[in-house]
Design a protein around this ligand. Structure first.
Ligand code: LLP
Length: 420
């Protein structure tokens, strides 16, 4: 379902005209649709039917409290990778009993915090982490339910920077040493081994890599059960891709769920999944204004008021995002390079892109930016972080305001010797 639709030639999000929100909020800003978040979550849930399933939203994709709460209200748990994310999830109403904690470098302080909250599980990635967690849990007189993140050495066939399941990647325990580390874990105080987990990468657009990895991990579960471990949970990570315009069409949730059921249901484990992008990616656009239209020698540039610091994916991963005018036009589209104001050539959202003819002051939307958009933004060039706005049917709310310049500059503190 697309909740960003044109009506009478004007882009709406749910029942509100994007231009109306832009008038009130000022550009650039992120704009999210509640209906889209809810639709995506329900799609996933329904696809799995009555399988014993816990959907833990990977909050790193979009940590806005309003987004997490929208999903928590309909039953989502959370996959977190830091104390900060854990605090956000708890504050947004995710119960500790639905929080799984991933990450290669959990610190002692973070472990203590998580144990005191009583989170559902730690996804442990290495032997040193296992020993550290055992010591801290034992000192606190608590037991940590753990899974081991398995590195299955599978090529996820996605962008190299977001591929995580190959043996050369820093993530997880090599699948060949899993039995060994599990027998060590069984002897440690403060630790209860409950399962295995994996996450092989992000924006995966084929089922095969998932199936290969899930098959490997299922075989490991069987071996561990034979070794006498009580394996009750299997966490399959996130990674299911979304359609970015111009990209391959990824598998549907139903196809993904059918494959999961085929591969793992005989194990009788609770299945946990950690989708991020799938839940929030297509629920957001970035609304920006054309500052100048500049004719270069070879190309025409749309210089817009959003920049790489607001949305880094195109410069960081050469990611493709659809770019459209928020007003439909009868005129033929033109080829533009869409660029931002930052002083780097990498500050480019698209090259040679067909967009309907635009003038200074016109508004455009960069699509599919609900995931890994606002969360990866920075204040480079001393540009203020941009607001986030959430729509719910006929109403909208600014769910993160634009900070003032004073607030931004006040974050720095002058040392004594410079403050006179
Ligand atoms: N679980 C773990 C342990 C993860 O590391 C991730 C994402 C997820 C779940 C959620 O994956 P998803 O369903 O969103 O694919 N910044 C990059 C994406 C980095 C993903 C990192 N890990 C981008 O903009 O494409």
């Amino acid at each position: 379902m697309n909740y960003f639709e044109y009506r009478d030639g004007e882009m709406h999000v749910e029942n509100i005209k994007v231009a109306t929100i832009a008038d009130e909020v000022g550009t650039p800003f992120y704009l999210y649709s509640s209906a889209s978040l809810i639709y995506q979550f329900n799609q996933f849930k329904e696809a799995f039917g009555d399988l014993d399933l816990l959907i833990c939203y990977a909050v790193k994709a979009n940590t806005n409290q309003a987004v997490i709460k929208t999903l928590a209200n309909i039953g989502a748990g959370a996959d977190v990778v830091s104390e900060g994310e854990m605090r956000r999830a708890l504050e947004a109403g995710v119960p500790p009993s639905k929080i799984v904690y991933s990450g290669v470098a959990k610190s002692s302080t973070e472990m203590k915090f998580a144990l005191n909250q009583g989170i559902y599980q730690f996804n442990v990635e290495s032997e040193p982490e296992l020993f550290q967690l055992s010591k801290i849990a034992d000192d606190l007189n608590k037991t940590a339910d753990i899974t081991f993140r398995v590195n299955p050495d599978v090529d996820a066939k996605t962008h190299a920077k977001i591929s995580t399941g190959k043996s050369e990647n820093k993530f997880g325990v090599p699948w060949t040493s899993v039995q060994d580390i599990c027998s060590k874990a069984a002897k440690l105080p403060g630790i209860k081994l409950v399962g295995l987990d994996l996450h092989i990468g992000s924006q995966i657009t084929e089922l095969d890599p998932f199936e290969e990895a899930f098959t490997k991990i299922s075989e490991l579960v069987e071996l561990l059960k034979k070794d006498g471990h009580d394996i009750t949970r299997l966490d399959l990570g996130g990674g299911l891709g979304i359609p970015y315009e111009g990209d391959d069409f990824p598998p549907l949730p139903r196809e993904y769920a059918d494959m999961v059921k085929k591969v793992v249901s005989h194990l009788g484990c609770q299945i946990i999944i950690e989708p991020g992008r799938f839940l929030v990616g297509n629920a957001g656009i970035l609304v920006s204004k054309v500052v100048y239209v500049k004719k270069g020698e070879e190309r025409e540039f749309l210089i817009i008021d959003a920049a790489m610091n607001d949305l880094v994916r195109p410069s960081m991963y050469d990611a493709y995002h659809g770019i459209v005018s928020i007003t439909q036009s009868d005129e033929d589209s033109k080829l533009y390079d869409v660029v931002g104001p930052v002083c780097e050539t990498g500050d480019t959202f698209a090259t040679n892109r067909l967009v309907s003819p635009m003038e200074s002051g016109d508004l455009l939307a960069i699509r599919s930016v609900g995931a890994y958009g606002a969360v990866m933004s920075s204040t480079y060039n001393t540009r203020r972080l941009i607001p986030e706005v959430l729509v719910n049917k006929d109403e909208f709310a600014i769910v993160r305001p634009r900070p003032s310049y004073t607030e931004m500059i006040a974050l720095d503190k002058l040392p004594k010797w410079l403050s006179k």
